[in-house]
Design a protein around this ligand. Structure first.
Ligand code: SF4
Length: 231
C-alpha cells in the first residue's frame, strides 16, 4: 500500500505519479484533492486497447455480445483532422466533471459527486430513468440491460441501472492507481498520468501548469478532470 507521495518506475523510463496517500478508513473524501488524468494522445496507439481491457477486467464487465449496448466505461475514439489528415486515438471515459450534467438532471440523487470530484452512481438509488445518459455529452454512461454475473466486490451492479467509470475509486482510496493508468504504464507507452490536480507539487499539476493541454468540449463548461495532450 502506498502511504506517501512517490513515483512508480514502470516499463523502462516511463514514470507515472501515484496518489499521495490511502484514505484513512472512516474518513470522508475531501475537496482538498481533485483527482484527474492527463492523457498524452501522442503515446496512444490506434490499435492499443490495453486500458479498455484492464478496465473490463477490473470491473468485471463481461459483455453480452452486444457491442452497441454492452457496458464500457472507457472506449478508444479514433479521430482524424480532415484538414491535415492527422489521426489521433483518444481514450474517453467519464470525465469526472466539476459541474456534472449527469448530477444536475438525476431525479433521485443516484448520480453524485464526491467531495474530491469523483462522480459516481449509487445503484441502490438509481431508478434507471437514464436522464444522466442523455445529459452526458461524453457518452460516458451505460445501462445494464441484463442480469449481471461475475461481479467484483468493489462494484455492485444491477439490471436496470446506469453505470460508468468510477475512476477506480476503490483503488484510489487505497492509494493505488486506476487500473487503466496502471496497465498503460506497465504494458503500453504510459500515456496516462494520474494524480491530484489540486496539489501543486504533483506531477500532473506541474505538467498541466507548464504544458499545453486541453479538455474535450471545454466550451460546455462542465470542467472535466480529464486533460488531453496532442489533440
Ligand atoms: S462525463 Fe458525463 S457522466 Fe461523467 S461527470 Fe461528466 S456529465 Fe457526468
Amino acid at each position: 500500500m502506498i502511504n506517501r507521495r512517490h513515483l512508480l518506475l514502470a516499463s523502462g523510463a516511463i514514470l507515472i505519479a501515484a496518489p499521495a496517500a490511502a484514505r484513512e478508513a472512516g474518513k470522508p473524501a475531501t475537496a482538498a484533492q481533485r483527482w484527474g488524468l492527463l492523457i498524452d494522445t501522442g503515446k496512444c496507439g490506434a490499435e492499443c486497447t490495453i486500458c479498455v481491457e484492464a478496465c473490463k477486467a477490473e470491473m468485471g464487465l463481461a459483455g453480452h455480445d452486444r457491442p452497441r449496448t454492452d457496458a464500457q466505461y472507457i472506449r478508444k475514439v479514433n479521430v482524424k483532422d480532415p484538414a491535415t489528415g492527422a489521426g489521433h486515438s483518444v481514450p474517453v471515459m467519464c470525465q469526472h466533471c466539476a459541474k456534472p450534467a449527469c448530477v444536475d438532471v438525476c431525479p433521485t440523487g443516484a448520480s453524485m459527486k464526491r467531495a474530491d470530484g469523483i462522480v459516481l452512481v449509487d445503484r441502490h438509488i438509481c431508478i434507471g430513468c437514464r436522464y444522466c445518459m442523455m445529459a452526458c455529452p461524453y457518452k460516458a454512461r451505460s445501462f445494464a440491460h441484463e442480469e449481471q454475473t461475475g461481479q467484483q466486490p468493489h462494484l455492485p451492479r444491477g439490471k436496470g441501472t446506469v453505470e460508468g467509470c468510477t475512476l477506480c475509486v476503490h483503488r484510489i482510496d487505497e492509494g493505488r492507481l486506476p487500473a487503466c493508468a496502471e496497465a498503460c504504464a506497465a504494458k503500453a507507452k504510459g500515456a496516462m498520468l494520474f494524480g491530484d490536480l489540486n496539489d501543486p507539487k504533483s506531477e500532473i499539476a506541474q505538467r498541466v501548469a507548464r504544458e499545453a493541454t486541453t479538455r474535450i468540449r471545454a466550451d460546455l463548461g462542465l470542467e472535466p478532470a480529464m486533460r488531453y495532450q496532442g489533440i
